[in-house]
Design a protein around this ligand. Sequence first.
Ligand code: ATP
Ligand code: MG
Length: 429
Amino acid sequence: MRLSQFFLPLIKENPSEAQIVSHRLMLRSGMIKQQAAGIYSWLPLGLAVLRNIENIVVDELNKAGCSHLLMPTLQPTELWKESGRYDALGKEMLRFNDRADRELLYSPTNEEMVVDIFRSYVKSYKQLPLTLYQIQWKFRDEVRPRFGVMRGREFLMKDAYSFHVDVTDAVREYWKMYDVYHAIFKRMGLQTIAVSAETGAIGGDLSHEFHVLAETGESAVYYDKKFDDLREGKIEISGDEQRKLYAAADEMHKADNCPVPADQLRSARGIEVGQVFFLGDKYTKAMNVTIPDAAGTPFTPQMGCYGIGVSRLVGAIIEASHDDNGIIWPESVAPFKVGIINLRVGDAKCDSFCATLYDTLKSKGITVLYDDTDERAGAKFASMDLIGLPWQVTVGPKGAEKGVVELKNRKSGEKVELSLESALAKLLG
Ligand code: ATP
Ligand code: MG
């Protein structure tokens, strides 16, 4: 993409409404625009990141054997009356009527609808286990939307729902998803800690929240100090052993009754980027779902559900990865992998070097943003740092004369002068 054609409305001043760094950087780098409290437009740079996050989630879930579908954002209220949650959810749920005065709601979550799909088509135990998921916008009329996309009212969620013949199989899937979640977040460059959690309005008996530790996190979490040692690479613990270590969300942590001695216990702030629940038969029972088992006897399927805050993750990744100059995108989610800075547009050598870089990288499937504008050098460097692309290639008249360009790694800040060929080889490698 040529910057001269790309819609990238950067903001110089710090927006006064932004209280945390990710919100500030998302506004300054032209990723989002607020349209109403907790409701945002995703501008091209922000959308590119959102799509990359979605793609990682889809890839990992498909690998795990889950089936991707898409449910509507609007739902008739009948299903919610069947499950008993129509009244339970209160003002957080947005309700309205269509022209025929039928009651509708904007999905805050989709257990009811997915159970309705399940009961319409699944007629045999042989079709189980089954996990269905979607990535779809949700609306929750939060009392206090804040911190940009971190706590929006309209937000993008991945929600998965699994169906099982018995509790044992549902719990097996639960722990499988638990591992899949760690893998998903790791691919986005995030270290997450899974803490045992209450199940809230979703219901069920067993739950974990996945948190990115950050001072700006809205939740308090408590955990065994060994998790810090693990993160710092001081110790190694197998996945199974990690599951047994103490880690609890605020509501689950009982200071007087904690199995970890005080000097081994750590507390920190966390951003909840996902949550997994074992639901049991809460929804299938309320909605009268039965299917015949091998002997032909009807049974009520067991369920699990698994959410990821896709739009919140954009903010969480920035909270975890930035410096004073701007965002530092992990390559896996970066809106473009490479930024090319032409320091003298119109200079034949500079233009030709940039064209070679741009065309070659693009032809190899690498995403590139080419700054072909006539801004001054300082502004170009500052913008490139702000938007945080992992690699920057700067082409100036002196270097081009000598046949070299400068390659900068945004994360380490390291700069090297390389021939055009070597720079390309490095970026393609
Ligand atoms: P929170 O405790 O942050 O309000 P929740 O526990 O109510 O979240 P879940 O029902 O577990 O949310 O939803 C699954 C995921 O969706 C959460 O882990 C979170 O990452 C994301 N999410 C929930 N509410 C919001 C919101 N208002 N804005 C952005 N993302 C959200
Ligand atoms: Mg939650």
